[in-house]
Design a protein around this ligand. Structure first.
Ligand SMILES: *Cc1c(COP(=O)(O)O)cnc(C)c1O
Length: 399
């Protein structure tokens, strides 16, 4: 039986006219429903022909000359500028160096601490994605600072009351478990008032939520390329350094692609001007091409429309769940107000891992977090209200 919530008819009618719902055909979903775009985004159908053009049309005929004749060397910056459009960053401030989010964060956190060499504390949140805390602890050890990890709810208070000790504060606009948002502008302003550097991990926001990096006066940011951005398994991460910090920022990963004149092969590191100094080594061109390809429909839609659509979908999911499984809807861990959360919802579900598995058996991808959370993510371009009704039907049967 298919549930038809009361708002279903009106929902379906609007669905037909929603300009973003037409993007669905672009994605290779293989008949499956992807509510885990916060973990690994879905591929587009024509990714393979795009990669084929790169391999057969550029690499094979040009070989090593491809670096100079096909813009491969500039890809970290050209893709960075495209990302900038989704992140509210003017050109020349975002780069995709070719590292993981973890190595990128390492690079940025050390640089942040070096900008405040007289301050002992690296501030972070206990609820952070684990790699962020591992990296922060290692940076603190390396630079002889103290990592202070406070509950997420106390970060702003800590900055207000003891901010004068803080070199850098690492936080995120969306809690990776609960989906709860943090006001980027407000926390950044507290950092600045305290004289600290604000470092943002945008992994759970990029591609689904406006982050307005320039307008919010953010100091440094990193983010993951394979979640809502859809760059593919292991897609490289990005770095944001606003123009005002570029002359002073000193990255520990001083590789030749971050050098002012990489091809002169001179001894001694001299950082490049501008965002190029955040680069490290030879960029992974095939992976960058995958990320580049993934960005086109996101850019076409624009971040405000993506955000609006994602909120509409998550609200619809909640309305369906409230109608068919009010008991589960009451176990919502995320804020009920869509404006206070990112692109996903987290619900406490008994036996979450088994339920995740049962959903997967029926072609629905979600992801569980021990011990009892299931996260449902609403990637705006390949999730529809029809999908959501199906998922809630299945959930009703298996949870
Ligand atoms: C997904 C995610 C990462 C991933 O790190 P990798 O090094 O790319 O594996 C890091 N931080 C946060 C907050 C994330 O959500």
């Amino acid at each position: 039986m298919t549930i038809q919530p009361k708002l279903g008819d009106e929902g379906s009618r609007r669905e037909k006219i929603d300009p973003l719902s037409s993007c669905l055909d672009e994605y290779a979903l293989d008949g499956r429903i992807h509510l885990n775009g916060n973990s690994l985004g879905a591929p587009r159908h024509n990714l393979v022909p795009a990669l084929e053009r790169l391999v057969s049309g550029q690499w094979a005929p040009l070989q090593v000359r491809g670096w100079f004749h096909e813009g491969w060397l500039e890809l970290p910056r050209t893709i960075g500028d495209k990302l900038g459009a989704l992140l509210g960053a003017a050109p020349g401030q975002v780069v995709v160096a070719g590292e993981t989010t973890s190595t990128t964060l390492f690079n940025v956190l050390v640089a942040a601490c070096r900008l405040r060499s007289d301050r002992p504390v690296l501030l972070a949140e206990q609820e952070s994605f684990p790699t962020d805390l591992y990296i922060a602890a290692s940076v603190a050890r390396l630079l002889d600072r103290d990592l202070v990890a406070v509950p997420r709810a106390d970060l702003d208070i800590r900055l207000r009351d003891h901010g004068d000790q803080v070199a850098a504060a690492l936080t995120s606009p969306v809690d990776f478990r609960t989906g709860e948002r943090r006001d980027i502008g407000a926390t950044t302003a507290l950092c600045h008032h305290a004289g600290a550097i604000s470092v943002w991990d945008l992994s759970h926001a990029a591609g689904v939520l406006p982050v307005d990096l320039d307008a919010n006066d953010v100091d440094l940011a990193v983010g993951c390329g394979y979640k809502y951005l859809g760059g593919g398994p292991g897609a490289p991460a990005f770095t944001y350094v606003p123009a005002r910090h570029q002359p002073d920022v000193d990255f520990p990963l001083a590789g030749w692609h971050g050098h002012a004149r990489p091809f002169t092969m001179v001894p001694g590191f001299e950082p490049a001007d501008g965002i190029d100094r955040a680069r490290t080594g030879t960029p992974p061109v095939l992976s960058l091409a995958g990320l580049d390809h993934a960005l086109d429909p996101l850019l076409e839609a624009g971040i405000e429309a993506l955000y609006r659509r994602s909120r509409e979908l998550s609200d619809y999911f909640l309305a369906c769940l409230e109608e068919s499984r009010p008991d589960l809807a009451r176990q919502l861990v995320s804020p009920r107000d869509a404006r206070r959360r990112g692109g996903h919802l987290a619900v406490r579900v008994p036996d979450a891992e088994r339920v995740e598995h049962e959903l997967a058996e029926r072609g629905v991808h979600v992801d569980s977090r021990p011990p009892d959370l299931i996260r449902f993510a609403f990637a705006p371009l390949y999730v529809t209200k029809d999908h959501i009704r199906q998922v809630v039907d299945i959930l009703t049967a298996v949870a």
